[in-house]
Write a protein that binds this ligand. Structure first.
Ligand code: FAD
Ligand code: 2HG
Ligand code: ZN
Length: 506
C-alpha cells in the first residue's frame, strides 16, 4: 500500500424496567399445523423438530441464535416460503390459530429482533431471492425481500448502478431485513436513508392479506405514505415480501484515504474541512478510535497500516470519494491532503491513500471488519447511539471510567471500551467487549448508557433498531404520547399480536 506521509432530553430518565414478555396467549406450532404447512410448502422448505419432519435440533440452531450468540430462541419450526402467496397462506393460518411469528432475513441483526423469545414460528425469507425488474434509465429495482444485499450489489454493478446502502453484513443480510431495520450503513452520508430510497413495498399483513404498495414512481403524493410504517418496524407489523428501491448511478471513480489523527478534538474541524473541499464527491467519513483500530488489526481485518503511520495516532478517519472523473477526484483529494499537511497546526499525522482496487478494499476491510473483530475478541455489548459529534470520545471515556469504578475493567470482566461510527450521521457505536455476557456487567451498563444518551438528547438506537434488547429503553428516546401511538398502530395492524411479540414495544 502506498503510504503518503504528511508531517505534520426533554424525557426525564426513569429507571430501567425489564419486561419479560409472556407467550402464554399464543399457541405453539403443533403436528396439526405442520400438516397444514406441508400442504403449502414442499418438505424441503420446512424444518421442524416435530414429527413427521423431525429435523435435528442442531439444524435449527442458526435460526434460533442471533449473530452475536447473545439471544437464543426455542423455535421448533422454520418455514421458508418461496413466494408472496405462500407467505400469505402461512400467516393467515397463524393468525387464525394464534401462532406467533418471527420474520427472519439474514439473521445479522444486532438487537435480538430476528430470533424468537420462546417457541414462535420462524418464517425465513431466504427462498425469496429473485430480482423482479430493473430499469436502467430510472434506476428503479424491484426485488424479493430475501435477496442478499451483496447479490443485489453484484447485479446492479453489472448495470452500472449501486444499491444506495452498504454495510459490513452485506454478504448475509437481506434487503427485506435492511428495510425492516431501516439499516443505515456506511454511505448514508451520500445516499440518505431507506426512508427516502425505498419507493414501494409489498407486505403480507398479520391477517394474511397482501398490501401491494410496490410503486415504481419516485413521486406519489396521494395521502398517507403507508410504506414508511414498515421501514424500521422490525417485523412487528407484517412481513415485507417485495421491495422497490431507487438505485444510484455507479460512481466512475472511487478513492479512499485513511487519516491518522493525533487527537480526537481534530475530528470535527477535519470533517468541516473535508466537506468544504471534497463537497459533492465525498461519500463516506468514518471514525475509528485507536483501541478499536488495534483490535481490527489484531483479528486480521484488512491490512494493517505501516507502524510509522499509526505511531502517535489517537484515532483514525476513513474518507471515501465517489465521483465521475478520476483525475478530477484525485486532484481534489491530493489538494485536501496537501492543505492538511501544510497547515500551521496540522489536523492529521499521516494519510494513507489507496492507489489500487485491492488497497481500496483493504482500507475498507479495516472499517467493515470492526464488528467481527469485536466478536472475535470477546462478547460485545453494543450501544448504537446518536450523540452530538463532539461527544463521541467523552461518551466512550465516561463509560470506561464508570466500568472501572465498578471494578469491572479487567481481563476477566470488561476487556475494552471502544468507539467507532458514522461521523456524517452523528452515530457512535459504543462497544464494551467483555469476557462473557453477565448480569453484573449489564447492570453496570444499563440504564447508565441510556441515561448518558438522554443527557445529550440523543437516540438509544441510531440504526440497529430496538429488537428485544432495548424495549425497556424506548422511553429514553420516545415520549409517552409517541409510544402510545405506536401501540395503537400495532393494535390496528396486528390485533392478535402475532407478529414478532416482545420486540420494539414494551
Ligand atoms: P434480520 O437480522 O434477519 O432481522 C432483523 C429484523 O428485521 C428482525 O426484527 C426481523 O424480524 C425483521 N425482518 C427481517 N426480514 C424481514 C422481512 N422480510 N419482513 C419483516 N421483518 C423482517 N446495521 C446498520 O444499520 N448499519 C451497519 O453498518 C450495520 N453493519 C453491520 C455489520 C455487521 C458485521 C453485522 C453483523 C450487522 C450490521 N448491522 C448494521 C445490523 C443490521 O441491522 C443488519 O445487518 C441488517 O439490516 C439486518 O438484515 P437481516 O436480513 O440480517 O435481518
Ligand atoms: C457498523 O457501523 C455497524 O459497523 C455495526 O453498524 C456496529 O459493531 C457495531 O457495533
Ligand atoms: Zn453502523
Amino acid at each position: 500500500m502506498l503510504s503518503t506521509r504528511y508531517l505534520a432530553r426533554r424525557i426525564s430518565s426513569r429507571p430501567v424496567r425489564r419486561f419479560t414478555h409472556s407467550l402464554s396467549r399464543y399457541h405453539s406450532v403443533s403436528e396439526n399445523d405442520l400438516a397444514h404447512f406441508s400442504k403449502i410448502l414442499p418438505s424441503s422448505a420446512i424444518l421442524s423438530t416435530l414429527s413427521p419432519s423431525s429435523t435435528a435440533a442442531s439444524e435449527l440452531a442458526p435460526f434460533n441464535n442471533d449473530w452475536m450468540n447473545k439471544y437464543h430462541g426455542k423455535a421448533t419450526t422454520v418455514l421458508k416460503p418461496r413466494n408472496t402467496k405462500e407467505v400469505s397462506e402461512i400467516v393467515k393460518w397463524c393468525n387464525d390459530h394464534r401462532i406467533a411469528i418471527v420474520p427472519q432475513g439474514g439473521n445479522t441483526g444486532l438487537v435480538g429482533g430476528s430470533v424468537p423469545i420462546g417457541d414462535e414460528l420462524i418464517i425465513n425469507l431466504a427462498n425469496m431471492s429473485s430480482i423482479r425488474s430493473f430499469d436502467d434509465v430510472s434506476g428503479i429495482l424491484v426485488a424479493d425481500a430475501g435477496c442478499i444485499l451483496q447479490s443485489l450489489s453484484d447485479y446492479l454493478s453489472g448495470h452500472n448502478h449501486v444499491v444506495p446502502l452498504d454495510l459490513g453484513a452485506k454478504g448475509s443480510c437481506h434487503i427485506g431485513g435492511n428495510v425492516s431495520t431501516n439499516a443505515g450503513g456506511l454511505r448514508l452520508l451520500r445516499y440518505g436513508s431507506l426512508h427516502g430510497n425505498v419507493l414501494g413495498l409489498e407486505v403480507v399483513l398479520p391477517d394474511g392479506s397482501i398490501l401491494d404498495q410496490l410503486s415504481t414512481s419516485r413521486k406519489d403524493n396521494t395521502g398517507y405514505d403507508l410504506k414508511q410504517l414498515f421501514i424500521g418496524a422490525e417485523g412487528t407489523l407484517g412481513i415485507v415480501t417485495g421491495v422497490s428501491l431507487l438505485a444510484a448511478a455507479a460512481p466512475q471513480a472511487s478513492n479512499n484515504v485513511m487519516l491518522a489523527l493525533p487527537k480526537f478534538e481534530n475530528v470535527l474541524p477535519l470533517y468541516r474541512e473535508v466537506k468544504r473541499q471534497l463537497s459533492e464527491i465525498l461519500s463516506a467519513f468514518e471514525f475509528i478510535d485507536r483501541e478499536a483500530y488495534d483490535l481490527a488489526v489484531k483479528h486480521g481485518q484488512g491490512r494493517a497500516l505501516d507502524a510509522a503511520d499509526v505511531e502517535g495516532a489517537a484515532c483514525f478517519v476513513l474518507v471515501e470519494t465517489s465521483g465521475s472523473n478520476r483525475e478530477h477526484d484525485e486532484e481534489k483529494l491530493n489538494t485536501l491532503l496537501t492543505t492538511l499537511m501544510e497547515a500551521d497546526t496540522p489536523l492529521i499525522n499521516t494519510g494513507v491513500l489507496a492507489t489500487s482496487p485491492a488497497q481500496f478494499s483493504s482500507l475498507w476491510a479495516i472499517r467493515e471488519g470492526l464488528t467481527e473483530a469485536m466478536s472475535k475478541e470477546g462478547k460485545a455489548y453494543k450501544y448504537d447511539i446518536s450523540v452530538p459529534l463532539d461527544k463521541f470520545k467523552e461518551v466512550v471515556d465516561i463509560t470506561r471510567e464508570h466500568i472501572r469504578s465498578k471494578g469491572l475493567l479487567h481481563p476477566d470482566a470488561v476487556k475494552h471500551v471502544v468507539g467507532y461510527g458514522h461521523v456524517g450521521d452523528s452515530n457512535l457505536h459504543l462497544n464494551i467487549v467483555a469476557d462473557a455476557y453477565t448480569p453484573e456487567i449489564e447492570a453496570a451498563l444499563e440504564p447508565f448508557v441510556y441515561e448518558l444518551v438522554s443527557r445529550y438528547r440523543g437516540s438509544v438506537s441510531a440504526e440497529h433498531g430496538i429488537g428485544v434488547m432495548k424495549t425497556h429503553a424506548l422511553h429514553y428516546s420516545k415520549n409517552a404520547e409517541s409510544i402510545e401511538w405506536m401501540k395503537r398502530i400495532k393494535k390496528l395492524f396486528d390485533p392478535n399480536g402475532i407478529m414478532n411479540p416482545g420486540k420494539v414495544l414494551p
